[in-house]
Design a protein around this ligand. Structure first.
Ligand code: MN3
Length: 246
């Protein structure tokens, strides 16, 4: 009897805490800018991962996903918030893309973390456990038109990812004159930045920092690159393309 009562009291205490946690979430969420919760409009805050850490196994292992999302990417978001506060960027009124487009006017901390945050938010959204390996529609037509074939595009993209020395990203970019090109950037730079060699809208990007693959693939970056195509969500990339062409 005694034990049951204790158990019940514990339950009420726990339920009470859960209620408080729920109440907090409800008061915090509406304060987020609407853009931060919508896909294809990446804001300043880290959004929830749209799948479980283990969802992309065996291509991307659960531990890599967990550390990548909760440590590396979370740190970029935290440091971006610090840089925005220090450099008087009103994150409720300013678009992250506009900061990136003028990144040469900000600090190195802003460049590394605004880039790091944007790149990872895009990276999570273009992968999926229900990944559709086929491309169809307008993006497929555009890839065939600008690269000759899907295979030719993949080869060029893989080469960019393999040949990026040190840490960085490989990209499929839509340039301002609406041509699709492959590029790569060092560190956490991206094609939106005014400092990028090839500027435009990033339709898809692959993280080739060692933290993205080392636990599973060690020095074998090409194996990680090949596996990554298995978890690419072409529906999402197509949506990014459609949002870019308007
Ligand atoms: Mn990363």
């Amino acid at each position: 009897m005694e034990n049951t009562n204790n158990g019940r009291r514990e339950f009420i205490k726990t339920a009470g805490k859960a209620g408080i946690a729920l109440g907090l979430a409800q008061t915090i969420l509406p304060a987020f800018a609407a853009e931060d919760r919508s896909r294809f409009n990446i804001g300043f805050l880290q959004r929830p991962l749209p799948y479980e850490f283990a969802a992309l196994e065996p291509n991307i292992d659960a531990m890599t996903m967990e550390i990548h999302y909760t440590k590396h990417a979370a740190t970029y978001a935290k440091n971006l918030a610090e840089a925005a506060a220090a450099e008087k960027v009103d994150t409720n009124k300013t678009k992250l893309e506009d900061v990136l487009k003028n990144i040469s006017k900000y600090s190195v901390k802003m460049r590394n973390n605004a880039g790091g945050h944007y790149n990872h938010e895009m990276f999570w959204e273009i992968m999926s456990p229900k990944a559709d390996h086929k491309t169809a529609g307008k993006l497929n037509d555009a890839i065939v038109k600008d690269f000759g074939s899907m295979e030719a595009f993949k080869t060029q993209f893989n080469d960019a990812a393999k040949n990026r020395f040190g840490s960085g990203w490989a990209w499929l970019v839509m340039t301002n004159d609406r041509k699709l090109v492959v590029s790569s950037t060092p560190n956490q730079d991206n094609p939106l930045m005014d400092v990028a060699e090839i500027k435009g809208f990033p339709l898809m990007g692959l993280d080739v920092w060692e933290h993205a693959y080392y636990l599973k693939y060690q020095n074998k970056r090409p194996d990680y690159i090949n596996a990554w195509w298995n978890v690419l969500d072409w529906d999402q990339i197509e949506k990014r393309y459609r949002s870019a062409i308007g």
